[in-house]
Design a protein around this ligand. Sequence first.
Ligand SMILES: [Zn+2]
Length: 149
Amino acid sequence: MSDLSEKEQAFIERVRSMLETYIEFLGECGIEPGAGSYILSTSGRIYHGVPFIGARGIHGEEDAIGSMITEEGLNARLETVLVVGAPDHIIMPCGICRKTIWRFGVEGATVICATQSLKKIKKFAISELYPHPNARAKVKKQSRDDIIR
Ligand SMILES: [Zn+2]
């Protein structure tokens, strides 16, 4: 964790107990864990998203970002994403999630990929994972009137 900032380390520590509780819940339900992702918004709130299949597979990153938007609106932005992998290896966000993180992330948003124990961690800037975005695709700040229409 040496390359994490103090703020990122504090985020990981806040997630740790939430993640342990969630993994316990999955065990009680007999569900094979996909622990999903956690995001830290600029408001300081943490949102947990889990993978699920509706008409298509939704990944934890998208689900967490959707929760942030539900609670804070379309102008909400994330600072950091934690993608929780398997017990013994990390997983990387897919292309759709990378674009979604970029669209709803601050400039310089970070993506932290970790094992389920949070012991093995790799940190990336979203610009490393999504280096050539279409600048027009960034969601514009919207007023409340725009959202209601
Ligand atoms: Zn994805």
